[in-house]
Ligand binder design. Structure first.
Ligand code: CP
Length: 340
């Protein structure tokens, strides 16, 4: 059976490093595995997951995907299981960190066939945060493939699973209208999902509208890259402020909330800006203006804050299917990356 282009041994840190053909071939593999089953091709292989931040869907889907393919999983929580890690190259380690990421990554590579990391932003300046130091350090020092389980900049496995969900709904996604709509959330949420979903939409030739209030643009370099990707895939990208304008005629409305990069590290100022948009949520009225759009969200979702119950629980809501497909895309990805 033709498995498509090989991606064996690659890191999965952003969809940006994969071609549309590679993305589609993993989706096709996941769809086949959903129908035909999967056996135990990862017997004798092991996955080390390292969490610097909480997770439900990602933790459960990674662990269950790997173990149901026959492999062994270890789940390490930073701050509980790991020694405090030093990330700075050449640091004189006379402060709180007991171990350097260089050593932790190399040692974990001795035990595990793949390492997966979740590490979100702290409270630093965006120019520093966007360097994604934790995942980049593990990538640099590990000798096995690295999976990004959500970092400062990206959440590729979420986006890959979302593409699977959309393909199951629509078939070919080229030319479909998707809106990434900023909604209010009481906390400044990461930019990883918005970046990942936008990259996926542009790679697969969708017509993407990114809709957010003033002060909430996506990361500038990501925007630049999205423009190039959309141009080369035959898709398009536009930016608008008003939600009702954005959702007009949309096939998909993907709700997400994210923090201001300009005010990153200045939480009081950021909160003041965000609180001016408390009423910005997906309502049934807004969804009426769409092309019977599917509603998507990566979850966890704040009901009746980000979207009304009536939208979240409507027949066109895909949020549970999205979460479910995290498992199926993960099985396909582990098989493809490990060449199993
Ligand atoms: N969507 C997602 O990544 O969910 P978790 O944060 O619960 O893993």
């Amino acid at each position: 059976m033709d498995e498509g282009p090989s991606i064996t041994g690659r890191d999965v840190v952003t969809l940006d490093t994969f071609s549309a053909e590679e993305i589609r071939s993993v989706i096709a593999r996941a769809r086949r595995m959903k129908v035909e089953g999967h056996g135990s091709p990862l017997r004798g292989r092991s996955l080390a997951m390292v969490f610097f931040d909480p997770s439900l869907r990602t933790r459960a889907s990674f662990a269950i995907a790997f173990s149901t393919l026959g492999g062994t999983v270890i789940d390490l929580v930073a701050g509980r299981d790991l020694w405090p890690l030093e990330m700075r190259e050449g640091a004189v380690m006379d402060d709180v960190a007991d171990e350097h990421v260089r050593d932790a990554a190399r040692v974990l590579s001795e035990y595990a066939d793949v390492i997966a990391i979740r590490a979100l932003a702290r409270e630093g300046d965006w120019a520093q945060e966007r360097r994604d130091r934790v995942i980049v350090s593990f990538q640099k020092h590990a000798t096995v493939p690295i999976f990004n389980m959500e970092s400062v900049l990206d959440h590729p496995c979420q986006a890959w699973g979302d593409a699977l969900t959309l393909e199951e709904e629509f078939g070919d996604l080229a030319g479909r209208k998707i809106v990434l709509g900023w909604t209010y959330h009481p906390k400044a949420r990461p930019l990883a999902v918005p970046h990942g979903v936008s990259t996926m939409a542009c790679k697969l030739g969708m017509d993407l509208t990114v809709c957010h209030p003033a002060g909430y643009p996506l990361d500038a370099r990501v925007r630049q890259s999205l423009g190039h990707t959309a141009a080369s895939s035959g898709g398009s990208i536009r930016y608008v402020e008003a939600l009702d304008e954005a959702v007009d005629g949309a096939d998909v409305v993907y709700a997400a909330s994210w923090g201001s990069t300009d005010l990153h590290g200045r939480p009081e100022k950021e909160r003041a800006l965000r609180d001016a948009h408390r009423d910005r949520r997906l309502t049934t009225d807004l969804m009426r203006g769409t092309n019977a759009a599917r509603f998507m969200h990566a979850m966890p979702i704040r009901r009746n804050v980000e979207a009304d119950d009536a939208v979240v629980d409507a027949p066109g809501s895909l949020i549970v299917a999205q979460a479910g497909n995290r498992l199926h895309i993960q099985r396909a990805l582990f098989q493809a990356i490990l060449g199993a």
